[in-house]
Design a protein around this ligand. Structure first.
Ligand SMILES: Nc1ncnc2c1ncn2[C@@H]1O[C@H](COP(=O)(O)OP(=O)(O)OP(=O)(O)O)[C@@H](O)[C@H]1O
Length: 378
């Protein structure tokens, strides 16, 4: 979430009604076990053609289109990732879903209620970006404090906090001062706090920001636990590898528009990226690639072998076997040796870079009725 000043149209939020006042490529989160709650049923979040404009500039004469017709659904029990470059509209989207700021058009429901409605907000747990826990409190007293803010009785908080501290791996730290906690432990305590009122939907804004790799793994484990308990998680993170490890589906936002949406496999694309490792003279490699219509592919020099021949990688990209054969034949005819051929699935990062690229050719994956990605309208 950006650290900008609150928007002019920020509505006061009653802390007692606010979403709990903030109260794990190889995937780290296991696929849904057979006995886990199903992802069938009405969507937990349903956004249709959602738009949001801000008035900015001198006398508010400039209109900023933060969201432009955003449509997507979050299904029950899934971990849904929100991706996008700075300024894409992620924070605005979260604010609209939480009812912190008003939409300008379209519709959004959360847990079957209009976004921002009291009945929706009381079933949301929210962990804001960069949240701070009072350092003089212990884990237990912090949960007592935030539980009180959420309207829970002290007996209720005491009944729940043991289980929650166990869930986030802090069961032995209940009486320890928050100031002694690492950033990762603070984030996990923040997750426990967001779970205090047993919400159905967790909205987590950059939960691993500033956390070391061990802390990342701990947080992924907690997300896996939440999913196993049937919770729906809406996760905003700019860490693509992180999202790749935990999310079932994701949306990619750019300039307030959905530029990609669907299962991670859909987003990555079905193909495989082919890379050749070659041994030979650079001139011969280049001319063979040009001759086989691969003159424009990235060619990297990666050293020499014991006989002084150059080592190269040539990234052919998502090409079919016939095209690979043509390139390999041309290289062999030019006296270049094929050391190895790698086929790798595109990463989420590849998909992300394609989706936010400055063109309008990226299709929207998935079947949620989202319109095709439009042109860049900056
Ligand atoms: N209160 C506001 N008044 C005017 N413009 C705003 C306001 N809040 C956000 N914007 C603009 O709306 C657009 C989307 O901003 P938003 O903060 O939602 O993006 P973001 O994807 O969360 O970015 P970041 O990752 O940098 O936090 C940006 O152009 C931003 O400058």
């Amino acid at each position: 979430m950006s650290n900008q000043a609150p928007p002019a149209d920020l509505e006061p939020v009653d802390p007692f009604e606010s979403p709990a006042a903030s109260t794990a490529s190889p995937r780290d989160v296991e696929p849904r076990p057979p006995n886990a709650p199903s992802t069938d049923g009405p969507p937990v979040v349903d956004a249709v053609d959602l738009s949001k404009t801000y008035s900015d500039g001198l006398f508010g004469r400039k209109t900023v289109h933060a969201l432009r017709g955003v449509s997507f659904q979050v299904r029950p029990g899934e971990i849904f990732g929100l991706l996008g470059p700075n300024g894409a509209g992620k924070t605005t989207l979260i604010k609209v879903l939480l009812g912190i700021c008003r939409k300008s058009g379209g519709s959004a429901t959360v847990l079957g209620h209009p976004a921002g409605a009291r009945d929706a907000r009381r079933r949301i747990g929210y962990l804001p970006e960069g949240h701070r826990l009072p350092r003089h409190l212990t884990a237990n007293t912090a949960l007592d404090y935030y539980g009180g803010l959420s309207g829970l009785s002290s007996a209720e908080v005491k009944r729940r906090r043991g289980d929650l501290l166990t869930l986030v791996g802090l069961s032995k730290w209940g009486n320890t001062n928050v100031r002694k906690f690492s950033k990762g432990m603070q984030q996990r305590l923040g997750l426990a706090q967001a779970m205090l009122h047993d919400p159905d939907l967790l909205i987590l804004d950059e939960p691993t920001d500033g956390v070391d790799p061990v802390g990342h793994a701990d947080i992924r484990r907690v997300l896996g636990e939440l999913k196993a308990r049937g919770k729906t998680v809406f996760l905003n993170s700019h860490l693509l590898q992180e999202l790749e490890m935990v999310c079932d589906r994701a949306a990619i936002l750019r300039n307030g528009e959905v530029r990609g949406l669907g299962d991670l496999d859909d987003l990555r694309g079905g193909g495989e990226l082919v890379t050749l490792r070659l041994l030979g003279e650079e001139k011969a490699v280049r001319s063979a690639l040009v001759g086989s219509h691969f003159g424009g592919v990235p060619l990297k020099s990666i050293g020499h072998d014991d006989d002084g021949r150059g080592r190269f990688t040539a990234e052919l990209g998502d090409v079919d076997q016939a095209q690979v054969d043509v390139a390999v034949d041309a290289l062999r005819d030019a006296g270049v040796s094929l050391h190895s051929l790698l086929r790798v699935k595109p990463s989420l990062e590849d998909a992300f870079l394609r989706a936010v690229a400055d063109d309008d050719r990226v299709p929207v994956a998935g079947t949620d009725g989202v319109r095709q990605a439009g042109g860049v309208t900056n």
